[in-house]
Ligand binder design. Structure first.
Ligand SMILES: [Zn+2]
Length: 168
């Protein structure tokens, strides 16, 4: 009898464990967004130049606000998907330049702008950390005085969030 109970517990544990693991992984993916570019040190550098600041909600011309942050980086630096998701858009836009928009589970969206190169196709699935393009100066970042950077936005159900609070 005692042996039967032990066997039963063992079998139930073996069945439950994969589900538990899957759940843990999905929670991890839901909470954390990888920093889309690599830095030699731990600190993220935000762009600050005569044309503006790369801070979240910084002022822009007219009544516009900066809906994302500008991560200072050299042209050609690899840009990685902050989280796994679908490539909703990968094209050129007058202001954003070459940009990629990813849609993630849980109603999250990330946008990567001013790229020199896009290395993914629309409607494709990308893994977290997969390369999607390279840093550039396309769109309205294409001015001499603007320091090269990656413009990144994070939205939840269309509402802009401060990516600095989510990047790992
Ligand atoms: Zn920006």
């Amino acid at each position: 009898m005692f042996q039967k109970i032990i066997n039963f517990i063992l079998i139930v544990s073996l069945v439950i464990f994969p589900f538990f693991l899957g759940y843990q992984l999905s929670v991890l993916d839901r909470v954390y967004f990888f920093c889309p570019i690599e830095y030699g040190q731990d600190t993220i550098i935000l762009r600050h130049d005569a044309y503006g600041s790369g801070d979240f909600m910084a002022e822009r011309s007219g009544s516009r606000r900066h809906n994302g942050i500008d991560l200072q980086a050299r042209i050609g630096t690899a840009v990685y998907a902050a989280r796994s998701g679908w490539v909703k858009e990968a094209r050129f836009h007058k202001g954003m330049g070459n940009y990629v928009e990813l849609s993630h589970r849980g109603g999250y969206t990330t946008i990567y702008g001013h790229l020199s190169k896009i290395t993914v196709k629309e409607n494709r699935f990308v893994r977290q950390g997969e390369k999607i393009g390279e840093v550039g100066k396309t769109g309205n970042a294409n001015q001499r005085g603007i320091i090269p950077h990656l413009h990144i936005e994070l939205r939840h159900l269309g509402e802009p969030l401060d990516p600095m609070k989510f990047l790992e």
